[in-house]
Design a protein. Sequence first.
Length: 183
Amino acid sequence: MTRFAICALFALAGCAADQVVAPPAADVSLLRNPTANLGSQADVVAQDLAGDWTVRQAALGTWPNGQTAVSFAANGQDLILVTQGVVCASADLCEAETVQVPYVQTLAGRFRAQDAVPAAQPSEIWVYWMDFDDRTMAIGNPNGGFVAILDRAATGGADRITAARDILDWYGYDLSKLRRVEP
């Protein structure tokens, strides 16, 4: 094997480590261009997401469905989405209840629902970008079914929100679909 061929093989192996994935087979949403490259942030683990987040921007009609806040908990390397749901004991007796949706880590920055997810909850959560201090993150899923920018605070951090939008733009999201969420 020539020296060039060996170098080419190592270069290809290096690309795989970047966690870039092929576009999804079908475009299920107009939120994202399915031919754009996509990857998750390699140094993000469940503990980085644990806690309360304010939804700063999100696409209308997709998760987090008008919520102004989202909470996560860590269970080892796995993630738990803590959300409000409705539980009905009978057709006429329903009440709000905290629901915990477990996600297993599939790769760094990527989480897939462990079981069937309740209606309107994402089946996958990918962290596309998170700032160094874990204050702001851009998240979505590979099929473009949802996209959101979450922050630890309801105001401030305009530079981080801009950075999150830049990453989403690079990953093929239609930024005109993102709306500022008022707390």
